[in-house]
Design a protein around this ligand. Sequence first.
Ligand code: AVI
Length: 329
Amino acid sequence: MTSIAPFMLTHAITADPAVEFAADVRAGLTRRGQKELPSKYLYDDVGSALFEVISVLPQYGLTRADERLLRRNAHEIVDQVPGPVAVAELGSGSGKKTRWLLKALCRRQHTSYFPIEISPTALAMCQRELGDIEAMSIVGFEREYLDGLLEVAARRRPGYHLLVLFLGSTIGNFDRPAAAEFLRGVRAILQPGDSLLLGTDLEKPVPQLLEAYDDELGVTAAFNLNLLARINRELGADFDLQQFQHLAVFNARARSVEMRLKSKQDQEVHIPGAGLAVRFHVGETIWTESSHKYGREEPLQIAKDAGFFCKAQWIDQEWPFAENLFVAE
Ligand code: AVI
């Protein structure tokens, strides 16, 4: 029997995204010391499409490792999750990597799947990608992660557990204290016995990491520079993209790869939509993203401190990456 519910979006973003974008650009570019732009703004429609290309680049093994683990171990993962469950995915993206898990789960039970995404385009892609799975209903939430999860938890049916998916090492885009705080936030919404499947990219040799974040085709460079192009498009700015260079830098102390945009000359940029004129010195950088890499045991400790125990861990051998299954205590 095919059971595909109509795709219902819950539009509950309270703040005006354009106002928030302008405020964040203003705050990040007027900071004393290191200028920065929040990495979540990399993902407009163009950025999301470029990220899809990054995920198939030979140098960037992360997404393939994540997908491989989920495909090979879908049934084993599902067997470790006590049922019945509803699934909430934080940052579903296109939904492609989640298919195997959902299909395995739907063999066991009718499944409600709640993708939570700030991008309406990603939610629509997710519906297209996964809408054909039998015995599954999809309700998307256009919300920040924890806000969306709160809503999903509020709709919990009696006797049902939640399985939260946070895949693709998106947690790596938080610094370590923020990652720990985020897991505590997730735990606070869950009930004992609920599960969290967390994907974490593991440490690997620095040259390999730098290649992954500075590919020879320049796709990652375009992904990074698109943030300035987005400010031009949405806030009427006059960034000259030729005058900025994409950099990938390894931060040994933070154990992260940082993406930066380096000014090639002294220049002034006007951003009318943020009421701003910003000066850049030659060589000065804007910090746009950090991707933290983990030791194998590290996620287990962070999750333990947040109130989870580790039920199982799967590691990809080709590209060190871990899928961690945690259960709320
Ligand atoms: C989404 N996130 C886990 C990616 C990462 O590896 O940090 C984003 C990315 N940035 C550059 N390449 C890919």
